[in-house]
Design a protein around this ligand. Sequence first.
Ligand SMILES: *Cc1c(COP(=O)(O)O)cnc(C)c1O
Length: 428
Amino acid sequence: MFNKDVKIKPFDNKLWLASPTMHGDELRYMQEAYETNWMSTVGANINEIERITCEKIGCGDAVALSSGTAALHLAVKLAGERLYGQPAAGRGTLEGRRVFCSDMTFDATVNPVAYEGGELVFIDTEYDTWNMDPAALEKAFEIYPEVRLVVFAHLYGTPAKIDKIRAICDRHGALIVEDAAESLGASYKGKQTGAFGDYNAISFNGNKIITGSSGGMLLTDDKDAANKARKWSTQSREDADWYQHEELGYNYRMSNVIAGVVRGQYPHLEEHIAAKKAIYERYREGLRDLPLQMNPLDGENSEPNYWLSCAIVDKEAMCRQVRGEKDALYTPEKGKSCPTEILEAISLLNAEGRPIWKPMHMQPIYRMNAFITANGNGRARSNAYIEETGLTDVGTDIFERGLCLPSDNKMTEEQQNAIIEIIHMCFE
Ligand SMILES: *Cc1c(COP(=O)(O)O)cnc(C)c1O
């Protein structure tokens, strides 16, 4: 437990979880857009970052968009249209269709399925990578064999068990939408994340490994699909003298100014990953003697991008913690701690940590949706069962015991040592 009587000296400037790290070239490319007056959604910066992305990730085509969420929306829509055809205006491509989705992730991974009218079925998480559990996915296909689309993310920069997920999807004739928003630059068996699914997304949001201040990209090997997404993203204008529309359109294209920021960031991607890796390793070393584990890396198959350093408190070292819908309580206990207490202590340093993504099946908005674990229906468990076995599901467990640590590239070793020290104080 953390002794609240101890005086803590906060950092002068707030240390963020992950904030943009600029280098100078970003400004040069933005300036170039300004000086040549390519200030809209067309221009050299856009063309160049689409090219660089294809080269880096090894995908056939990349479409620069206003956000990762927009990229995921168009990815899901492309999949829906390929599977079920073009719907009437006002209807989604997935209406009435079940889609298997990651459960423990940011809601941006899964919301696009709802935009398209699909019925989200959440698949539990596994401990090895904190991503979609292939065993639970297999179980879900047993229960709903008609499903033809799977949407999954690579959380915190650690690739999922892609081979297993791909093999299951192939066996069931299902398409994949891969959310690589957090894992740009991470690879699995030598291939970059974002290159495995049929239609995939990356993000240049302000807190990601590189940023455009905002922005995202749709990635695919299918040139026709990419061109279709480009058309959708600029309001679906037909090649005519007036505004002619045969399909529903969106205003999703990236600005050439934003693309200038991304262009200036790309050469620093590897350097950012190296900084994140050093942060992760210092935490691992500094927290080694405590009853907690770092987030998994699956070093055997993958090279993560170490976007966020996270920790999970050992079961035996958890003090009692109860979370309501919007706040949390805990009971301090000697020698033990919990994410709520650790996050409170970190905030005393004027630093930002964060809970793990709250699983989607626990979210009020998705409370009626199916949720499948490796043993079947994750909603069917009574409180008595949970009490008796100590088992809920993996996602709930990681959410209860896990937290994201400050992982900003610009964090000094001194600051990181202060965070490591205050986490030690939580277990006194
Ligand atoms: C950030 C993020 C997104 C969305 O990206 P935006 O560019 O913010 O829209 C999607 N999925 C995951 C897992 C993310 O972390």
